[in-house]
Ligand binder design. Sequence first.
Ligand code: FES
Ligand SMILES: [Fe+2]
Length: 387
Amino acid sequence: MTVVSLAETNEISLPGLAPKEIARVARPLEQAWTMPPAAYTSPEIFELEKAAILRKSWIPIGRVDQVSKPGDYVALTLLDQPIMIVHGKDGEIRVMSRVCLHRAAPIVEGAGNRRLFTCPYHAWTYKSDGQLAGAPLMDDAEGFDKKKCRLPQMRTEIWNGFILVNFDDDTEPFAPQVASFARYFENFKLDEMVIVKTLEFDSPWNWKILVENFMEAYHHIATHSTTFEPIYHARDSLVLDADGPYSILRMPTNKVVENEAGLPMIEGLTENQQTDIYASVLFPFFLIGLQRDAMAWYQILPISHDRLTLKIQVCLPRSTTDLPDAEKMAEAVGEMLNVIHHEDIGANDLVWNGLTAPLTRQGRLSPLERSIWQLNQWWLARMAEAG
Ligand code: FES
Ligand SMILES: [Fe+2]
């Protein structure tokens, strides 16, 4: 974990953040303050984040089970870049720009299966590896060689069934950075999970509001007072030591948790893993919720300083999806996550309203919010490097 020393914070200059405020964020947890409001509300900070963090980090954009057959594709837009994940005819999964090489129309939307991708504007046609295959009526264009035209590919890594991309060529590979994280959750066999349901939310907040809300259990006492708190008490939650760019929040319980949906437990879990739930963030915003029988991947696509798309991807082990009642189970998990997320939407709306008020200043962190503190130290170090 990179921690910025108090002396170093004097060197960090960020628009809208006073040096005194930055120094408070960098204090040891027991003395630490939250990030100042401008870190969330300033479009300038978001532009800096894009350059220093978002375009240099590994961002999860899909799961291999979404593109299981040759020709399968998923189109999305990541930080202003229209992209698509394509399972190529040759069996390789690639992520590439889906902006046409002719006059820049995006060539495909949504998801499905195609042998070829044809641009809707003038019908230029691309193969599943991004190679231009056809460009009608271009014979008289001098020196034009369609063999030399290929959609730009993104740096891609597959980790535990997730497809991650990086805009930066120099960032170190993802897996070694989070090796200890992967070991910690090995028993859950994340690579055997399958997306069974997607809940999509247009979310009018800065991305860090959502991440912070996801990563601490302190708010169970009020926001989830009748749902989580009676089972997963805020005071019992703990944030583990991390030796990489991530945080793990463990929410223990001694109660027997009802299994109304009848989901089978993942085999090979430890005693704690059979009862507790976990909310993890691989920095900056790869959010994974885990319990004994299911995974919730909170997929974030930041759009601007004050907007993001959230897709809650409900995932079940492949063996569960083979059961006759799988659909009912997926519905039940989705419904539970929907209820919880609506409680969280209420909290995030409150924070966003307050943060944009002129008299708002940074506040004190609770020691129960250690995960936020961990992310803040990482954020400061990344932003400092860029500054
Ligand atoms: S913009 Fe795609 S074919 Fe013209
Ligand atoms: Fe919550």
